[in-house]
Design a protein around this ligand. Structure first.
Ligand code: HEM
Length: 208
C-alpha cells in the first residue's frame, strides 16, 4: 500500500475515483434518473459531495501523522481542488439549473434564505485557497503567509456546517448535519490537541 501511494499512478487513480460522483450524475442526467426535481437533486448531490471532499482533504494530515506515512500528503492538493470543483458544480446547479441565471431572483432568494449567503461565503474562501494552491503561490506569498491563509479551511468547514444546518432547520432534520459536524469536529479537534501538545516544545526550542 505505502509503495503504491508513492507512485505517480496513485495520483491518476485518485483523480479517476474522485470523478465517479460526477460520472454518476452525468449518467443520471442523460438517463432521466434525477427524479421529479432534477435541479434539486443536482444541488443536493453536489452539496453532499463538496462536504465529503472537504472532510477527506482535512483527513490527510491526521492520516499522515497517525500512520507515519508522509506519502499521504501527495493527495492533499488534489482532494482540496476536487472540493472546490464540486462546490463550483453545486453553485452552478443552483444558479443555472434552479434559478436560470436570473440574478434579480437569485438576490431575492438569498434575502429570503440567508443560508445560501453562508454557502456563498464558503465558496468565495474556497476560490482563494484554490487560486493559491500552486507551488508558485507558495513562493510568492512565503511559506508562513501561505500557511496562515490556508487556515481559512477551518472557517470553510464551519460555514459549510452552518449552511447545511440552517438549510435543514426548516425541516428539523439534523441527522446528516450531525454526522458531518461530528466528523469535522473530530478532524479539527485532533489538530487543536496536537498543536497544544507541540506548543510548549516549540516555545522551549525558541528560548533555548
Ligand atoms: C463550501 C461550499 C458549500 C458547501 C460545502 C455546501 C453544502 C451543501 C449541502 C451539504 C447541502 C444540503 C444537501 C442535502 O440536503 O443533502 C446544500 C444545500 C444547498 N446549497 Fe450549498 N454548499 C456550499 C456552497 C453553496 C453555494 C455557493 C450556493 C449558492 C450559490 C449554495 C446553495 C445551496 C442551496 C440553494 C441548497 C439547498 C437546495 C434545496 O433547497 O434543496 N451552496 N449545500
Amino acid at each position: 500500500m505505502r509503495a503504491f501511494l508513492a507512485q505517480p499512478a496513485a495520483k491518476i487513480f485518485l483523480s479517476l475515483v474522485c470523478l465517479i460522483p460526477l460520472s454518476r450524475l452525468v449518467y443520471l442526467t442523460f438517463s432521466d434518473g434525477l427524479g421529479a426535481n432534477p435541479a434539486e437533486y443536482l444541488i443536493r448531490a453536489t452539496g453532499d459531495w463538496t462536504l465529503r471532499f472537504l472532510c477527506l482533504t482535512l483527513a490527510i494530515t491526521p492520516l499522515r501523522v497517525i500512520s507515519a506515512w508522509p506519502e499521504w500528503v501527495r493527495f492533499r492538493r488534489s482532494l482540496g481542488l476536487f472540493t472546490f470543483f464540486y462546490a463550483c458544480l453545486h453553485a452552478c446547479s443552483y444558479t443555472v439549473f434552479d434559478m436560470g441565471l436570473e440574478w434579480a431572483d437569485i438576490g431575492r432568494d438569498i434575502l429570503k434564505r440567508p443560508f445560501i449567503a453562508v454557502g456563498f461565503s464558503a465558496w468565495l474562501l474556497l476560490w482563494l485557497l484554490a487560486a493559491t494552491s500552486f507551488n508558485r503561490a507558495v513562493k510568492w506569498l512565503g511559506a508562513k503567509r501561505w500557511q496562515a491563509l490556508h487556515r481559512a479551511v477551518y472557517g470553510i468547514a464551519g460555514l459549510a456546517v452552518l449552511h447545511f444546518f440552517w438549510m435543514r432547520a426548516s425541516k428539523q432534520n439534523f441527522a446528516e448535519v450531525a454526522v458531518y459536524a461530528a466528523v469535522l469536529a473530530l478532524l479539527l479537534g485532533w489538530r487543536v490537541v496536537r498543536a497544544l501538545r507541540q506548543w510548549p516544545a516549540k516555545r522551549m526550542a525558541r528560548v533555548l
